[in-house]
Design a protein around this ligand. Sequence first.
Ligand SMILES: O=C(O)CCC(=O)C(=O)O
Length: 293
Amino acid sequence: MSADKIAILNKKSVWQHILPDFNITDTPLEIPAAYQLSQEKIDDLKTAFKEEGVIQIDAIIPKEQTQKLEQGIRTLRQKGIHQVFAFVYDEYWIALKQLMPVLKQMFGEDIMVMPDIWAWMVERGAKHSGWPIHRDLANLQLAKDGSPNMITLWIPLVDVDPYNSCMYVVPANLDTNYPDNLSSYSFKPENCRALPAPAGSAILWSANILHWGSRSTRYAKTERISYAFYLQREGTPLNGPVIPLDQAFTFETRLRYIATQIMDYSRDPFAPFIHDWAKSIRFDPKESDPSMY
Ligand SMILES: O=C(O)CCC(=O)C(=O)O
């Protein structure tokens, strides 16, 4: 039984049938990269990022695009499929590719996309929340210019606010444990910041700052739907294999990234057959290092 189910997960036609309006091609990233910001805006963002370790660029991805991505994740969930499988479809990668010029303006031409990818749908109601407080890395990672070297790119696909589990951070300059005591999570409540944001924003934070996804309430207007990538600016990749942005990026390769994440990174419960499947195709654990987290 488990073997049959595993074989189904590996079939492109099954995924095409699940979201027929989405594409699964071998070259989703062969598209013109789209967005760019003025140099003045970039300079302001760079200054803020170096000081606080967190910035946000509001609604950079157009609404028509985020609405489709939101709907894709809702449909997966309605069908009982975890939203991380959204990464099977081209459209979730195309939004990343379109953001690359801005990411390069911010972080340099050599910016790498790490294999760490995830997606969330936090239901409405007080039983549901995003991930608890953590730092992605407890060892300080700075680039040569002194600003953060390891960065999360978090994209809300709906408008997020404190009612529907928006992100919270303690900016680096307000964190008394930054940069010398990163294993500590203590902070003064007045130093934390909620990050409400419209759908399609790019929220970027240093892997070293304290952050968490907050608790929802039944008074939330919508579930919180978001997805994220992990970026590295300089040096040898801390984790591999990095995601190829300039070459073919096949369905099979994307499945391997998803499987590796499910094995290494997941805080969510998965059925045993999903674990068996993930184990069967994941990247070599030597290339992806769970001790990072
Ligand atoms: O979306 C969330 O709730 C948590 C995101 C997060 O903490 C991360 O990506 O490191």
